[in-house]
Write a protein that binds this ligand. Sequence first.
Ligand SMILES: [Zn+2]
Length: 146
Amino acid sequence: MIQEKRFLVNSMLGSLVTWLRILGYDTKYWKGDDKEMIEIAKKEGRIILTKDKGVVRSAERGGIPVLNLSNSNIPEALAKIAETFEIDLEFDGNRTRCPICNTPLKSYDSRWLCGRCGKEYWIGSHWADISKKLSEARKIYLRSKS
Ligand SMILES: [Zn+2]
């Protein structure tokens, strides 16, 4: 099993938060102060994902793993994260998290329930789009490895 990675994503990359949580990664969304963001990443052992060059520099100075994601295309961004930090781009229903509140979901009867915010998920019409984007991300990732 791939070692558990935890992320801290700043507000410029909002939709990425949802994707990382769907893939089961503990991901915090940060809208506040940059300096505080660096401190939280350090304290909680999180990888910073950002578009902000200033944040990249501060993270590097503080010895915090950071990735500058200038491209906001989701499959490309996910592939880049996988190249750098070896995240798993395959959906696993046993380790997925609530896209809204980051809580690990409990699965039952081919549905998933969030014990914190009460939201329920199932494989519906949006699923085709999710699995298409993930397979695009895997293709880009494999291409980069060859
Ligand atoms: Zn939730």
